[in-house]
Design a protein. Structure first.
Length: 360
């Protein structure tokens, strides 16, 4: 038998034989691992050829989710550019921001008010003033050309008195020149522990009260010697009442006199803290009182004078020494046969007092 030599076989035949012999082994290996390869094949998408048309979705498949939702679920959310976040205002800052204009307005109002107050006080335009004093009072009543024993004089030498005064200018803080100096003035004086007796020694129950109220307009002239002028109009009353249970052969000079008062006053700063006070008034008596009703056709009038001085003790406070003199004069027209006959009467009332005054 003829032996074949591998050297005589062409090279390409050797390659074909080797490929043929290796094919069964590769097939067995592929069959042995077929499930795994199928799974891998199912997972991996089959390559599409250029000529193959695009696959159409089946009607049985569920609808594709929204592209935006799919992108959002599959892809991690991109970091969005954050707008600058404004810091939330704190409540305290908000309150301050809201109240700032009002506070500024209130501060301006307070400053303006304080400025007006300083100017008002520096100019002497007081808004409210109160005074209190203690002192003495006296009264002397006499007749002119008396006939008979009944018209007898009366004299009250000294009686302790307490006095109070009040003045108010409601519009003093305004800028209206006339109205800011228009105000009201009132006074009250009362005697206490009064002891009266007749020349025969009979005791008389005595009470004495003086009071009044006026509308006053003031004019202040500034300068190194400040001058304050005032005019007033109002009412004034003097109630002097005498009574006794004993029989007295004389007329008791009881008088409840009410008068219309027209007056003026002045206050001048002389030097340092010393000021002089002076004033006068005319009293038109509208109700003269009981003693004058005992005579025929009485006509009663009076003049009133005030005087004194004041020393400033501290801002707003001052000490005062004051006096007042009131002179009532009356005329009668008697005829023959009248029970009480006199040509007229004179009633003098005097007060002195020392006290304090506060003005703002």
């Amino acid at each position: 038998m003829r032996r074949l030599s591998f050297a005589c076989i062409p090279a390409y035949l050797v390659g074909v034989a080797a490929l043929f012999m290796a094919t069964p082994a590769l097939s067995a290996k592929a069959l042995h691992h077929k499930p795994k390869a199928a799974a891998a094949k199912a997972d991996a998408p089959a390559p599409k050829s250029d000529d193959e048309p695009a696959a159409k979705p089946s009607d049985e498949l569920p609808p594709a989710p929204d592209s935006k939702a799919s992108v959002e679920s599959e892809a991690p959310p991109a970091q969005e550019a954050k707008a600058p976040i404004e810091a939330e205002p704190k409540p305290e800052l908000e309150a301050k921001a809201v109240l700032k204009p009002d506070q500024e307005l209130g501060r301006n109002d307070d400053e303006a008010l304080g400025r007006r107050e300083r100017l008002r006080l520096a100019g002497g335009h007081t808004e409210v003033g109160v005074s209190a004093s203690v002192g003495i009072g006296s009264r002397h009543f006499s007749y002119s050309d008396p006939i008979g024993k009944f018209p007898r004089p009366y004299n009250l030498r000294v009686a302790p008195m307490a006095s109070f005064g009040l003045e108010a200018y409601p519009l003093a803080t305004s800028n209206v020149p006339a109205l800011r100096d228009l105000g009201f003035v009132g006074h009250l004086s009362r005697a206490f522990a009064v002891d009266s007796k007749t020349p025969d020694g009979a005791k008389l129950q005595t009470s004495w009260t003086r009071f009044g109220g006026e509308i006053r307009e003031r004019l202040i002239v500034p300068g190194p010697h400040t001058l304050e002028l005032g005019v007033s109009a109002g009412a004034d009353a003097s109630y002097f009442v005498l009574s006794t249970n004993a029989k007295i052969p004389a007329l008791l000079p009881t008088a409840r006199a009410v008068s219309l008062r027209l007056g003026f006053d002045a206050r001048l700063l002389v030097a340092w803290r010393l000021s002089l006070l002076i004033g006068g008034a005319y009293l038109d008596t509208t109700s003269p009182g009981e003693i004058y009703d005992r005579f025929r056709h009485p006509h009663v009038a009076a003049v009133d004078g005030d005087f004194g001085c004041a020393v400033a003790l501290m801002p707003g406070f001052e000490g005062e020494l004051t006096g007042r003199y009131t002179r009532y004069f009356a005329t009668f027209k008697p005829v023959v046969g009248d029970a009480n006959v006199a040509g007229g009467a004179l009633d003098e009332q005097v007060q002195f007092g020392f006290g304090v005054r506060y003005a703002h």
